[in-house]
Design a protein around this ligand. Structure first.
Ligand SMILES: NC(=O)C1=CN([C@@H]2O[C@H](COP(=O)(O)OP(=O)(O)OC[C@H]3O[C@@H](n4cnc5c(N)ncnc54)[C@H](OP(=O)(O)O)[C@@H]3O)[C@@H](O)[C@H]2O)[C@H](O)CC1
Ligand SMILES: [K+]
Length: 496
């Protein structure tokens, strides 16, 4: 699924009105109906609802939803902020159609006490926000946020720019955001998590051919995409068909990282797996993961040498390796001896940042999986998440790397400038070892002969999905990395 800018959404909107038997007001009716139907499934009429509207089309949506709710027995109080002059045409039409009285919120008047409501619908601004909310708009938003009442935002939380940073601005803190047709970039940025709440995309039937014809550098990783990218297994296959991966991992006190990566790789379909670890990890790894082969470094506590990478169909390096001076040699030699894309994670990335000349040795199309801290060490500071996204894209373009920047909506950037945002995963996965599991999953998929771009997308999605299944079976707080491994087979089952 593509992510569109506000401009592209407007064009899709206009194109649909021009080419289909639907008018502008008809489209607004569809949009409102989609919101209303979503609400009927989630809220019963016992909740008293405040609908706070601006005077653009977002406000028009709010008015149409108010009408539908009223017609179905919901108790709604409609507020319009600052209707000094006339609003948009479709706003005015829906104001005329409103079967209940409405109240004005104006600069000179009082702001209602929102605490009396069970739900607030936010319809002040959508994609048409042109500047930061100030004055009565900012005050209304503040009162809505301070009320602690659940807020449902139509299309976008009011005050949030769809395609640029809104850092430091007054923005509605929605509990849920129902956005029309396609997601907007702002919904994917961690800095906006507090404002967007959970969000969902509602189909309002904009022209699909037009949407397909439009280029967007941004997309979501969906189950449908992963399904297309994962090849089916054949009954005539043997373990030789599923590759031989080598994962270089672990140091004293962090052999667990190697164990998690190994288990994850084996649970992701790899044919053969060799782990290269420091000597004192040998008994731990062999007993914890008997399915893996193990080669040990001559050093007891950390890595200082390199295995033969000749027969490997993919190499992953980084989980738990630490930053010993000797381990720099391991990384450098691994990079020099790999002629195929690799997977680099954790301290392999920190060592790259500390020894920048090593960056030139990273094979093209390698997959780097930094968390934000590791990413910052690689590229320096950023002022907001949009700037961070720019830096991620530049790094992918300049170095020809696939960068998997981990977080909620993990972003995967490609050398051609495309970025895919993940739709699986949960806050329970922000826990030690989940990154090691991801390295194992991606290395495993890559080793099976799947292209690096597809391996990164499938790995990220399935890792998050396994985490979601683990949460369902337990809880977010109780989730540990081993649970993600445990649910990998269930996650893969969805694609068999
Ligand atoms: N295809 C779709 O997705 C559909 C979307 N719909 C809904 O329409 C809105 C977009 O509507 P639009 O009228 O373009 O914009 P808004 O309603 O978001 O707001 C525009 C008005 O607000 C004024 N504005 C903007 N920023 C501020 C501010 N900081 N302070 C005060 N006023 C502000 C703006 O005034 P200008 O001075 O900037 O001109 C406008 O008056 C979309 O989000 C959906 O909810 C359709 O219903 C169906 C199709
Ligand atoms: K809104």
């Amino acid at each position: 699924m593509k992510v569109f800018t506000a401009e592209q959404i407007r064009e899709a909107d206009a194109h649909t009105i021009r080419n289909e038997p639907v008018t502008s007001i008809g489209l607004m009716e569809r949009a409102a109906r989609a919101i209303f139907q979503w609400m009927v499934n989630c809220y019963d009429p016992s909740k008293r609802i405040a609908v706070v509207c601006g005077t653009g089309n977002n406000g028009g949506d709010g008015l149409a939803v108010s009408r539908m709710l009223h017609e179905h027995g919901y108790r709604v109080d409609v507020y319009v902020i600052n209707r000094k002059t006339t609003g948009s045409d479709d706003f005015e039409t829906n104001l005329n159609r409103l079967p209940v009285p409405w109240k004005q919120i104006s600069e000179s008047g009082e702001i209602p006490s929102f605490e009396q409501y069970g739900l607030i619908i936010d319809a002040i601004f959508g994609t048409g926000l042109s500047r930061a909310a100030e004055g009565i708009y900012a005050e209304s938003i503040r009162a809505m946020n301070d009320s602690s009442v659940e807020i449902l935002a139509i299309d976008l939380p009011s005050g949030l720019f769809p395609d640029a940073s809104s850092a430091g601005m007054k923005v509605v803190h929605a509990t849920v955001t129902l956005t029309f047709q396609l997601p907007k970039l702002a919904l994917l940025m961690p800095e906006n998590g507090r404002c967007t709440g959970e969000w969902e995309v509602l189909d309002i039937g904009l022209d699909q051919d037009f949407i397909s014809s439009q280029h967007s550098p941004f997309s979501l990783i969906t189950a449908g995409l992963v399904d297309q990218l994962i090849p089916a297994r054949s009954k005539f296959d043997h373990k030789g068909n599923y590759g031989h991966g080598i994962i270089i991992a672990g140091s004293h006190g962090k052999i667990g990282a190697a164990v998690l990566a190994a288990r994850a790789a084996l649970r992701s379909g790899i044919g053969l797996l060799t782990m290269y670890i420091p000597r004192d990890g040998y008994p731990i790894l062999q007993s914890a993961v008997p399915e893996a082969m193990v080669i040990t470094d001559e050093n007891e506590h950390y890595l200082s040498g390199i295995p033969d990478l000749e027969g490997a169909s993919a190499v992953g390096i980084g989980p738990g390796i630490g930053r010993q001076a000797e381990t720099v040699y391991t990384l450098e030699e691994a990079l020099r001896n790999s002629n195929k894309p690799m997977v680099l994670d954790a301290d392999a990335l920190n060592l790259l940042a500390e020894h920048p000349h090593l960056k030139d040795l990273v094979p093209e199309n390698s997959i780097l999986t930094p968390h934000p801290g590791e990413f910052r060490r690689l590229v320096g500071e950023w002022n907001n998440d949009f700037e961070r996204l720019d830096k991620q894209r530049s790094l992918s373009r300049e170095r020809k790397w696939i960068v998997v920047l981990k977080g909620s909506h993990t972003s995967v950037s490609f050398p051609d400038g495309q970025v895919f945002f993940n739709t699986t995963g949960n806050p329970g996965m922000a826990t030690a070892g989940c990154g090691d599991v991801l390295t194992g999953v991606i290395t495993s998929i890559l080793a099976q002969g799947i292209k690096p771009t597809a391996a990164a997308l499938c790995g990220v999605y399935i890792h998050g999905y396994a985490g979601d299944l683990a949460r369902e079976a337990g809880s977010e707080a109780g989730l540990i990395a081993g649970d993600v491994v445990r649910y990998l087979p269930h996650a893969f089952a969805a694609f068999e």
